[in-house]
Design a binder for this molecule. Structure first.
Ligand SMILES: Nc1ncnc2c1ncn2[C@@H]1O[C@H](COP(=O)(O)OP(=O)(O)OP(=O)(O)O)[C@@H](O)[C@H]1O
Length: 659
């Protein structure tokens, strides 16, 4: 083995030497290049630094005699472009994740290479000779990965991706792909690796941009290192609130308000509210302009409004069309008057002009003979004013304060706060964005692909907001309908997606729970079975032998009981409790979060406080409790001031001899 280790160590040294060369090159370019190119080179330097840890993690010995090394990025020898390291996303690397002894896919040997820094510390070989059984690939490496202690950042899973995950990551479907699966099945991890894969296979996405939407900043920071570690650092992350940065949240939502504001019907109501801001006057509008009195009849206004709406432009842009329509009308009226004036001022020759009040051809010819410049163009000689005069007249009309006031009284320019005038709550964000789109003040930013994590939480209005940002409808949507806690969140995918993509979306499911051990899932699954019996629980890949436990306390004693329990809970630990308890726990040596904030996160140990209050806190309290119970990789304790909810009564009570 040590001979093999030293062989791999030599190859690793070659790889790092090449990485260092590329890094030195990129650093040089960064200092030499034009400011315009600097951002690109800075990105390249960051990319090369981010992939250094665990650069190479595997080797495949293929039946055709080739030996390929697999790693985070591709590296090539400078002299002859010979591949030194194959990017894990390349098709040739795929059997590293999918080959089994029963179906070896042309692989004779799969070697996992464990490194620490730039040193090879372990090798693990599987010989795939076509005789073995199917199963999880790389059991030992996988187990080591899932039992390892947790940190504040999610790790990538590129060394131990499982076949069901790999299929989703490499799925060529560029439209809407929904990844549904229970807690801990790797949905988030898979979505992020899929982004890396999409960027690798569809270069155009690099310029169009990829957006990852998550439920909170804490969550986005937690997952923030995964893509850079896979060599991708150009992806934008945002919460729904951050996608509309102009608003600041001033108050929370009541569950009922959140539900109502989230309904797609709100879009129609907002559109109607914006439409209503255009008002056709009941009586003629009288405008004084340059000592003339001009009149706009309601019918003329109505026609101009109708005409301006036909192009389907946003309110503020359609307003400009309306203004042009009205100004053209007023200008025509002014021109007619000016012509009429000429008529009277130029004497008898012009008597008896056209009955319409306009000049006849004969009149104009007479005028021309008298030295007046007549515009004979286009439809014939009908106007005294040439094009420049006409334009100047329209400009003066438009600039006139009286005219402007009259126009604004019919079709005012709007800002979002003219329509949404109440204090903003989170559920208003998609409404603000909708109004910005209706009136034409939205920034219009779009992306080539959008990943939506914890997608079950989004309201119909939030979906509209995201779809507007993804005209190509290329999306990876990950979520778990059993974890929905938002009142306006989803209970099924089809009703959410159908309005936007009809049935052109694809469902992929993940079934194996890599996070939560069997002992903890047994507790969480009883909550699931009690409230959502239709949902199939995921199966854990491991058990720890440590049973969850519960401790009875009183409301007053919660802080002291938390401190006592935390002493027995190793590793990165969270206390998950309703908000009103957290305020009293600020001294506790743990991450203090509500069930909502705990979404998508994980810890070595978790203490759930007051499950009855979590259940009662909202109509979907059972889903919040389910989320809280499924965050731990090792230990779960439950602290209950008062009777234990029925769903949890099988959890052994600490100190109870029957437990
Ligand atoms: N193939 C794998 N190898 C190693 N670890 C894995 C693998 N798949 C998933 N994991 C780990 O399992 C944990 C759960 O993954 P992830 O957070 O992506 O699950 P999830 O389905 O999004 O969960 P939730 O719905 O609860 O948010 C993570 O720590 C992840 O690294």
């Amino acid at each position: 083995m040590s001979a093999q280790i030293s062989l791999e160590q030599d190859h690793l040294a070659t790889l790092y030497a090449r990485l260092d060369e590329l890094h030195a090159d990129a650093t040089r370019h960064l200092s030499d290049s034009d400011p315009a190119d600097r951002a690109w080179w800075a990105g390249e330097v960051a990319r090369l630094e981010a992939v250094a840890d665990g650069l190479c993690f595997g080797r495949l010995d293929l039946a055709d005699g080739r030996r390929v090394y697999i790693g985070r990025i591709g590296l090539f020898r400078e002299s002859d472009d010979e591949p030194l390291l194959i990017d894990w996303r390349a098709p040739v690397a795929r059997p590293f994740y999918t080959a089994t002894a029963a179906a070896p896919e042309g692989v004779l040997r799969r070697r996992r290479i464990t490194t620490r820094g730039r040193t090879v510390v372990d090798l693990n070989d599987e010989v795939l000779d076509g005789t073995g059984g199917d199963g999880l690939t790389g059991d030992a490496a996988l187990l080591a990965a899932v039992t390892a202690g947790r940190t504040a950042h999610m790790s990538d899973i590129v060394t131990t991706l499982q076949a069901e995950q790999d299929r989703i990551i490499r799925d060529p479907h560029l439209g809407v792909l929904v990844v549904q699966g229970g807690p801990g099945t790797g949905k988030t991890a898979v979505a992020l690796h899929r982004v890396a894969h999409l960027l690798y296979t569809h270069q155009h996405l690099r310029s169009r941009g990829v957006l990852v939407v998550g439920p909170s900043r804490i969550f986005l920071e937690y997952i923030g290192q995964v893509l850079p570690g896979l060599g991708e650092n150009s992806v934008v992350t945002a919460t729904i609130t951050e996608l509309y940065p102009k608003a600041s949240i001033e108050r929370p939502d009541t569950p009922e308000a959140a539900r109502r504001k989230g309904e797609a019907a709100m879009a129609g109501k907002l559109a109607a509210a914006v439409r209503r801001r255009v008002t056709i006057p009941d009586d003629a509008v009288v405008i004084e302009f340059e000592r003339e009195v001009l009149r706009l009849d309601p019918e003329e206004c109505r026609k101009a409004v109708h005409q301006s709406r036909r192009a389907g432009l946003p309110h503020n842009q359609a307003r400009l069309v309306f203004q042009q329509e009205i100004i053209a009308l007023l200008a025509a009226r002014m021109t007619a008057r000016m012509e009429a004036v000429v008529l009277t001022e130029t004497g008898e020759a012009l008597d008896g002009g056209d009955p319409s009040g306009r000049l006849s051809d004969a009149d104009l010819r007479a005028l021309e003979a008298a030295g007046v410049v007549v515009d004979w163009s286009d439809t014939g000689p009908r106007q005294l004013l040439d094009k420049t005069d006409a334009m100047n007249l329209r400009d003066s009309l438009l600039a006139d304060i009286g005219v402007q006031t009259a126009l604004d009284s019919i079709w005012p320019a709007l800002s979002v706060t003219d329509v949404i005038t109440w204090p903003i709550s989170p559920a208003d964000i998609p409404l603000l964005d909708e109004v910005a789109t209706l009136i034409g003040t939205a920034d219009g930013a779009t992306f080539g692909h959008i990943v939506v994590d914890e997608a079950q939480e989004l309201s119909e209005m939030a979906w509209r907001m995201l779809m507007r940002r993804c005209p190509s409808r290329s999306m990876t949507i990950v979520g778990d309908l059993a974890q929905t806690s938002e009142p306006a969140g989803a209970t099924a995918w089809d009703p959410v997606l159908r309005p936007h993509v009809a049935d052109r979306w694809k469902l992929a499911e993940l079934t194996v729970n890599y996070r939560t051990p069997t002992e903890i899932m047994a507790v969480a699954n009883r909550v699931l079975a009690a409230h959502q019996p239709g949902i199939q629980p995921s199966s854990s890949i491991r058990s720890t032998g440590t049973l969850p436990w519960r401790v009875r306390t009183t409301p007053d004693d919660i802080p002291i009981a938390v401190t006592t329990q935390l002493r027995t809970m190793p590793g990165r630990t969270a206390v998950i409790a309703p908000h009103h308890h957290l305020r009293r726990l600020s001294d506790a040596d743990a991450v203090l979060i509500t069930p909502t904030e705990a979404k998508g996160l994980e810890f070595d140990s978790v203490l759930v406080v007051d499950p009855a209050a979590i259940l009662a806190s909202s109509p979907r309290g059972h889903n919040d409790l389910y989320v809280a119970l499924t965050r731990a990789t090792h230990r779960l304790g439950i602290l209950h001031p008062g009777p234990i909810p029925l769903e949890l009564d099988l959890v052994p009570e600490l100190g109870d001899p029957s437990g």
